[in-house]
Design a protein around this ligand. Structure first.
Ligand code: PEP
Length: 251
């Protein structure tokens, strides 16, 4: 009942020409994929060009971040209407690199999430614990805090546009993925918190993606877990063949 979603987060990679070439290679590889939603998240600079290249394909586009205000004196920020204007339908909010490198707080991420949903974007809201937090036995506490604060005041009628991405920080870009049973345990815990916050029926409908060193060789086993409804892919999404294999593993 939850349609799997596979999303690629290109981070700060690829110029405009390379981005368009990437999706031109990807489109034919996944054009017959059914029963899976596909999203690519290029850098802001390439969104317009990639958005055009994706027209008439079965791939949607997302931004890697979005600001909470619709317009104004916010140097360097990109608003929800600007993201929509590029043909994008999604935004990633709360990626661990935004939390850590750009010091984004739970409160700011909540504002971004509310603005994105209210403005009509679908959102992949990222959560995840660091290695220190996991080793200190704080994983559950951290995930609960990120969800409770991050999802505060989300209107019930907008939860259909919300996807959670569980991305243990120690697995991102390290080549070390969470074991499928380890990830499933965290996903089941996350769904339980969502049920407390939003009710069981809503929680059962929300997709929870796994992210952290997903590659063609581990994608199928991870996404076969009961509470893993797809993946958010970093490094392996930069290569059309690898990303297509991951998409097909979800079908
Ligand atoms: C990510 O950045 O969201 C991610 C999961 O990266 P990687 O797949 O490279 O670990």
């Amino acid at each position: 009942m939850r349609v799997p979603l596979v999303a690629g987060n290109w981070k700060m990679h690829k110029l405009i020409r390379e981005s368009v070439e990437m999706v031109e290679a990807l489109i034919p590889l996944v054009k017959n994929a059914s029963g899976v939603e596909i999203v690519v998240c290029p850098p802001f600079t390439a969104l317009s060009a990639v958005g055009q290249a994706l027209q008439d394909s079965n791939i949607e586009q997302g931004a890697q971040d979005v600001f909470s205000e619709p317009e104004g004196a916010f140097t360097g920020a990109i608003s929800v209407p600007m993201v929509l204007d590029t043909g994008s339908r999604w935004a990633i909010v709360g990626h661990s690199e935004r939390r850590r490198v750009f010091r984004e707080s739970d409160a700011l991420l909540n504002e971004k999430l509310l603005a994105a949903l209210d403005g009509g974007l679908k959102v992949m809201f990222c959560i995840g614990e660091t290695l220190e937090e996991r080793e200190a036995g704080e994983m559950e506490h951290v995930l609960e805090r990120q969800l409770t604060n991050g999802l505060q005041s989300v209107p019930a009628d907008q939860t259909g546009a919300l996807v959670i991405a569980y991305e243990p920080v120690w697995a991102i870009g390290t080549g070390v993925n969470a074991e499928p049973n380890q990830a499933e345990e965290a996903h089941a815990f996350v769904r339980g918190i969502l049920a407390q916050q939003l009710g069981q029926t809503t929680a059962d409908g929300i997709r929870i993606l796994y992210g952290g060193s997903v590659k063609p060789s581990n994608a199928a086993e991870l996404m076969a877990q009961e509470n893993i409804d797809g993946s958010l892919v970093g490094g392996a999404s930069l290569n059309a063949n690898d990303f297509a294999e991951i998409v097909l593993a979800a079908t």
